[in-house]
Write a protein that binds this ligand. Structure first.
Ligand code: MG
Length: 159
């Protein structure tokens, strides 16, 4: 078994919907970024690539590549899961912490878990999404953006 960590942060942007963990959350500014800005899936992709030492999201999907402009991050995650599966890795569990003052994450956590679990091909009970504020401190406290921390555990099937 191997563990990996991932981190991502994005600035809020008023002109697009907020998508976190593959779920659109109404009533909140979206996240700036080359893709759809889904920082939850980005952090999780990096945790999976870290656990398997297969690179990083920036290496696999460069933000200079027009192919990935505005792309649904679920499509990026599916590519990563395909790569892991091809190398006999399977996801054991994933744990995610979203740090933001707004919106509240908890009301959307179950939907995010279900969506992420579907992308990973694991039971929803193997995925955890937690929300935290930053107690009003720093750039997160000022509502400039949000950050996500991810941990993933994978294991490799015997050949
Ligand atoms: Mg990102």
């Amino acid at each position: 078994m191997r563990a990996g960590t991932g981190y991502d942060s994005h600035r809020f942007a008023d002109d697009r919907p907020l998508v976190l963990g593959g779920v659109t959350i109404p009533g909140s500014p979206g996240l700036a970024g080359h893709s759809d800005g889904d920082a939850v899936l980005h952090a999780l992709i990096d945790a999976l690539l870290g656990a398997t030492a297969l690179g990083s999201i920036g290496l696999l999907f460069p933000d200079t590549d027009p192919e990935f402009a505005g792309i649904d991050s679920a499509a990026l995650m599916s590519r990563v899961v395909e790569r892991l599966t091809a190398e006999n890795w399977r996801v054991v569990n994933a744990d995610l912490t979203v740090i933001t003052e707004r919106p509240r994450i908890q009301p959307h956590a179950e939907a995010m878990c279900r969506c992420i679990a579907r992308l990973l091909g694991v039971p929803a009970a193997s995925v955890s999404v937690k929300g935290k504020t930053n107690e009003g401190m720093g750039w997160i406290g000022r509502g400039e953006g949000l950050a996500v921390m991810a941990v993933a555990l994978v294991d490799r099937a015997a050949d």
